[in-house]
Write a protein that binds this ligand. Structure first.
Ligand code: NAP
Length: 302
């Protein structure tokens, strides 16, 4: 199957932007609520019907469900608001897609797991600690019960490589090159994934007619501290003239959150790589991609 057009409900975030870069705005129709890019269709899933958005996009090969309140602390502070968007509005979108026989790709999260074990497989039992994770799991059940083809992508932390994009490595590198000491948790592990790889893998899953739950993650499980140390080492080696800040080990408890975060949500991706015949970039490749785009003196927000 060659992908013609897709609709991304909630496509103004890092994943929707990566899909748009990959397919172009004519083949990747994105909706957003507050943010707007060229071609973004304004859509508020809490107050507007989803059917006209789907029918307006026309000739779709699939619908990606990505809209949501995605900050764990906001979900914990406003669980009812989060439920309305992350579960109820997703349910309405699922019904609309099912009625039209459209394949659904739903973006779930690594935090459906409790983080006690790490290196999770899709067959491991979810047990979310966070409200955000519980809502994702509730939405997964709705998607899984739909009478249309569905892919549930349990997604790890997505990293961009564009300076200023607010993702982990670009942010760490910007702070290090400003000479800051960065404090990073040694006891939080996950399997980071490059945004462009995430787009390719998601499109691959749609294209190969895959069905069911897939981990969407990079090949390495590692801690924030390990990622920060690799980032610093890359800059030290390739940008030796830059006066860099230091990396200081810390623990998750040093960064208070409304709910305790899972410790190790690293994911195995054997099922994903077998389905799409593609292995995503490893952490050294991600760090290099981010490092190559760093400039000195550092870019400051204007
Ligand atoms: N990024 C990650 O590391 C990561 C990891 C695991 C899972 N995921 C999942 O992947 C999906 C995409 O994540 P992301 O980081 O690219 O996106 P994001 O920046 O969290 O953005 C969420 C999207 O939802 C939209 N939205 C918010 N309120 C809405 C409403 N009332 N009606 C309709 N749309 C609304 C936002 O629109 P505006 O911004 O225009 O308001 C945005 O397009 C999410 O479902 C997230 O849970 C992401």
């Amino acid at each position: 199957m060659t992908i013609g057009r897709i609709l991304v409900l909630g496509g103004t975030g890092i994943l929707g932007q990566a899909l748009t870069r990959r397919l172009g705005p004519d083949r990747c129709i994105t909706t957003g609520r507050h943010r707007r890019f060229a071609g973004t269709v304004p859509f508020d899933a809490l107050t507007e019907a989803v059917e006209p958005v789907i029918d307006g996009a026309g000739g779709l090969d699939g619908v990606f469900l990505m809209m949501g309140l995605t900050s764990p602390d906001i979900c914990a502070a406003r669980p009812q608001d989060a439920w309305q968007l992350n579960v109820e509005a997703v349910h309405r979108a699922v019904q609309a897609c099912t009625a039209r026989g459209l394949p659904i790709v739903f973006l779930s999260s690594e935090v459906v797991y409790d983080g006690q074990q790490g290196a999770y497989r899709e067959t491991d039992a979810p047990a979310p600690l966070l409200t955000y994770g519980r809502l994702k799991l509730e939405a997964e059940a709705i998607v899984a019960a739909a009478r249309t083809r569905t892919v549930i992508a349990r997604c790890a932390r997505v990293l961009g490589s564009t300076p200023g994009d607010g993702t982990l490595v670009t942010d760490l590198m910007a702070r290090l090159r400003r000479g800051e000491t960065v404090h990073v948790a040694a006891d939080q592990r996950f399997s980071p994934l490059l945004d462009d790889d995430a787009a390719s893998l998601l499109l691959g899953l749609l294209q190969t007619k895959a069905n069911g739950i897939f981990h969407l993650a990079g090949p390495d499980g590692l801690s924030r501290l390990e990622i920060a140390e690799k980032s610093r080492r890359w800059l030290e080696k390739h940008r030796p003239a830059w006066p860099l800040g230091k990396v200081q080990p810390a623990l998750m408890r040093d960064f208070p959150t409304l709910e305790p975060r899972p410790r190790d949500v690293s994911l195995r991706i054997d099922r994903l790589t077998a389905a799409v015949s593609m292995v995503p970039t490893d952490i050294d490749g991600i760090v290099a991609a981010c490092g190559m785009r760093q400039t000195y003196p550092p870019l400051r927000s204007i």
